[in-house]
Design a protein around this ligand. Structure first.
Ligand code: FAD
Ligand code: SF4
Length: 508
């Protein structure tokens, strides 16, 4: 424990944000970088509790938070970095955009503000980059097996990095032009600058990971090609099928999915030319964002930067309490109202609003008709919604963004062609070793757990890499003469072993 009285002496302080008036005119990161001296003081607030709930039940990666807090307080940044990297493959992402589940279960949070864990984490990793400590870590020896990772979001990147460092030859395929998944194409630049993603991808390339972008697995490369060429496959394609809102007027022009809108802005900032007919822009428009979550908040911040005339964000659920709800006692993740940086920049929010109809003129949307709703516990003990009589209203809008979450993996050939089992929501099911119903094919991230968080996708990627290594070790150990690839092909997926051999010959 760095300083036994630290939590009594110092109040929680965070790096904070650039002023709203300034930041809304640019796309740069809204959050200020953490200052080393301030973070050392903040680390001194950690009490090094006997049972550190932050790492035991808060952080999905199991980050050893009290240990690195101690090192930061003592100015031993290099040791803090080594400890952090033992569990967290990409602290530069979580340090910026993790909701900090750890802070929800920090013991200090019982009667004071929790330790500013996320900001300290960011300070450690950025110190690592600034000092030149973040060098490529290629494996000392290469194994003979090749692994394909489909999808380069946080789950795929985490799996790829771990497998490559264990000596496997890893190729990451992604349909998008650049690696990163939602980190690259969903989350706006002002929350996560894309240079941060590119910096990590460069490190991984230097370690030997191969990225094949602009390739749709299952279409541009067939399943047979992948199974012939790779000893194991990790599916990390995310869960981006958006929830739609089927109310009258849905067909009108100007009603778009949030992810299409956010993706386009990220592409625009990357210099991609968007054809005029496909442009989704908020400039001068009255915008309604349907959905009160993070994606909706990202749309709000993006629309403000594009010069929207007004932005209203609506949510069907009631407004959460301002502080931890008694239904989610410590150390659970607290249900409470959260205002993102975008909410502090402008726009209006309303809760308990149910959309009823889109109104249009000449084929384009001009307004949303909605009604207020209240929530009560129904006879079955579950919350039930009731419309408030006479509360109907109309909001003028030329752009409506649907940000109501995701219902499962996007439709595409890969899952059908592979024939992997899926649950009732369409998510890929897997066993305790993270293998799908198709031997040698594994799954990680949102594609298996449903839409979630970056930190969980990363934790999944690491766990899946471990499962793949165990599997390949077992295959190799059982059949050393034949080799893992041929055994996977012959025993399990029914591939033509001759074709596998030919592929290997071709590569030599
Ligand atoms: C707008 C938005 C903002 C968010 N903000 C946050 C946040 O601030 N903090 C947070 O913790 N979480 C946030 N999330 C959630 C988080 O981004 C996701 O949970 C996480 O990215 C899931 O990671 P993943 O690797 O499973 O999938 P994804 O990041 O979705 O990546 C999947 C990748 O697979 C590729 N792919 C899919 N199918 C194929 C195929 N057949 N062939 C080739 N490539 C394929 C896709 O192109 C994509 O690049 C946000 C989500 C959204 C939508
Ligand atoms: S990854 Fe997220 S939950 Fe884990 S320590 Fe960092 S901020 Fe906390």
């Amino acid at each position: 424990m760095g300083k036994p009285t630290g939590f009594l002496e110092f109040a929680r302080r965070e790096p904070g944000y650039r002023s709203g008036e300034e930041r809304v005119h640019d796309w740069r990161a809204v959050e200020r970088p953490p200052m080393a001296a301030e973070m050392q003081e903040q680390a001194a607030r950690c009490m090094d509790c006997g049972v550190p709930f932050c790492h035991g039940c808060g952080c999905p990666l199991g980050n050893v938070i009290p240990e690195w807090n101690d090192r930061v307080y003592r100015g031993r940044w290099r040791e803090a970095l080594d400890l952090l990297l033992e569990t967290n493959p990409f602290p530069e992402f979580t340090g910026r955009i993790c909701p900090a589940l750890c802070e929800g279960s920090c013991v200090l949070g019982l009667n004071r503000e929790p330790v500013a864990i996320r900001s300290i984490e960011l300070a450690i990793i950025e110190r690592g980059f600034a000092e030149g400590w973040m060098t490529p870590q290629p494996p000392s020896e290469r194994r003979r097996e090749r692994v394909a990772v489909i999808g380069s979001g946080p789950a795929g990147l985490a799996a790829a990095q771990a497998l490559n460092r264990r000596g496997f030859s890893v190729t990451v395929f992604d349909a998008a032009r650049r690696p990163g998944g939602i980190l690259r194409y969903g989350i706006p630049e002002f929350k996560l600058e894309k240079s941060v993603v590119a910096r990590r991808v460069s490190l991984m390339e230097a370690e030997g990971v191969r990225f094949e972008n602009g390739v749709v697995a299952g279409e541009d490369v067939s399943i047979k090609f992948l199974q012939d060429r790779f000893h194991a496959i990790c599916l990390a394609g995310g869960a981006r099928e958006p929830r739609d809102l089927q109310v009258p007027g849905r067909e009108l022009r100007g009603i778009r999915f949030a992810m299409d809108y956010l993706r386009q802005q990220n592409c625009r900032l990357d210099g991609e030319r968007i054809p005029d007919a496909e442009q989704i822009r908020a400039e001068g428009k009255r915008v309604v964002v349907i959905g009160g979550g993070d994606t909706g908040a990202d749309c709000l911040g993006t629309a403000l930067r594009q010069g929207a005339a007004s932005v209203l964000q609506i949510e069907i659920l009631p407004e959460p309490p301002p502080t931890r709800s008694p239904d989610t006692p410590w150390p659970a993740w607290p249900l409470q109202r959260r205002d993102s940086s975008s909410h502090k920049e402008g726009g209006t929010r309303r809760w308990g609003i149910s959309p009823k109809e889109f109104l249009g003129r000449d084929g384009g949307v001009v307004a949303l008709r909605a009604v207020e709703v209240t929530w009560k516990i129904g006879p079955n003990g579950r919350p039930a919604m009731e419309e408030r009589p006479g509360s109907g209203f109309e909001v003028p809008a030329e752009l409506i963004l649907l940000a109501m979450g995701f219902v499962g993996p996007r439709k595409g050939r890969i899952l059908d062609d592979l024939g992997v089992q899926r649950d009732s929501r369409g998510n890929v099911t897997k066993d305790a070793n993270n293998m799908t119903s198709v031997p040698g094919v594994f799954a990680a991230g949102d594609m298996a757990r449903g839409a979630s968080l970056v930190v969980r996708a990363m934790a999944d990627g690491l766990a899946t890499a471990g499962g793949m290594e165990r599997y390949l070790d077992a295959v190799e150990a059982a059949h050393p003469a034949v080799g893992a690839r041929a055994m996977v092909a012959r025993k399990h997926v029914g591939l033509n072993v001759a074709a596998v051999g030919a592929a290997e010959e071709g590569e030599r």
